[in-house]
Ligand binder design. Structure first.
Ligand code: GUN
Length: 287
């Protein structure tokens, strides 16, 4: 048996097409396109690539993308002032501050300064809290995309055994909340978890978001499990060339899983598509 490959690229393309239709509708009603402001501090190469890709995708969906690039040594006050300006700008429906921020800036303070109605990352405490109490508004993009892929593979998740590996505020915690809301039985594993293999062996759904290359071994999986690999780790292969691998050992997981996301081409494209969906949602809510 070999797992069905979950084609995140194709699912993301469908979502982006739906968003583009919604954008066209808003333009016809309001006479202006939704706007997304992306703030990048410094010149981290990975963050620069993400921000560029987000800008391209935003424009492709018919929305306005405005990028604000600030030097790495920008003061926290100046960044907070930019956030205040964007909060007050009626042409801006969504604001994304690319993380990580330089160490001299308190990222929590910056996130808390965002207007929750424009927080398309879903990181603001109000949006995080709403998700926890079952009144989701803007939901973090990566777990939102993962849930779409899981539901497409498995359908109804009620009563399913789900394991989320990782407890970050960006992926693990919101992922657990989303799966709980779908009535799955959710376990959250993390760096202090004992017997990770034992937890993996019970799970019908495994979401791996730890950032450790090939940490989850295929032999641990329950046969037929739906495996969602959020990891994007750059490693150097035996040939000396760099390549991207996930948190799951793909080669050993493939014969055992029922469904699996490849890296790249699985979760990654869904994150950007969900950012566009969140920006449309924010624009609709503000219309
Ligand atoms: N850095 C890595 N992932 C993300 C994300 O989803 N949003 C933001 N703002 N920064 C990130």
């Amino acid at each position: 048996m070999s797992a069905i490959l979950i084609d995140g690229k194709a699912r993301a393309a469908r979502l982006r097409a739906e968003v583009a239709l919604g954008v066209a509708e808003i333009v016809s009603v309001r006479g202006r396109a939704p706007g997304l402001a992306v703030v990048l501090v410094g010149e981290d190469p990975a963050s620069s690539v993400y921000v560029r890709n987000k800008g391209v995708a935003t424009r492709e969906a018919g929305m306005v993308s405005v990028e604000h690039k600030l030097p790495a040594d920008v003061g926290e006050d100046a960044l907070l002032a930019l956030v205040a300006t964007l909060n007050a700008d009626d042409a801006v429906d969504g604001i994304l501050v690319q993380l990580p921020l330089p160490r001299h800036i308190d990222a929590d303070k910056v996130i808390a300064a965002l207007d929750p109605a424009k927080d398309v990352d879903g990181f603001h405490p109000v949006n995080a809290g709403r998700l926890m109490i079952g009144q989701p508004a803007l939901v973090p993009c990566t777990p939102k995309g993962c849930l779409m892929l899981i539901e497409e593979a498995l359908g109804d998740l009620s009563g399913r055994e789900a394991l989320v590996i990782g407890r970050s505020s960006i992926v693990g915690k919101p992922m657990a909340a989303l799966l709980t809301a779908k009535s799955a039985t959710v376990t959250v594993a993390h760096s202090r978890t004992r017997d990770l293999a034992g937890h993996v062996a019970r799970a019908e759904i495994v979401v791996a978001a730890v950032g450790i290359p090939a940490m989850v071994q295929g032999e641990w999986l329950r046969p037929g499990a739906c495996v969602i690999d959020v990891g994007i780790n750059r490693v150097v292969g035996a040939d000396g060339k760099g390549r991207l691998v996930g948190d799951v050992d793909f080669a050993s997981a493939l014969p055992r899983a029922g469904w699996i996301t490849p890296v790249p081409g699985g979760v990654g494209p869904m994150t950007i598509a969900c950012l566009l969906a969140n920006t449309l949602q924010a624009a609709r809510a503000r219309a």
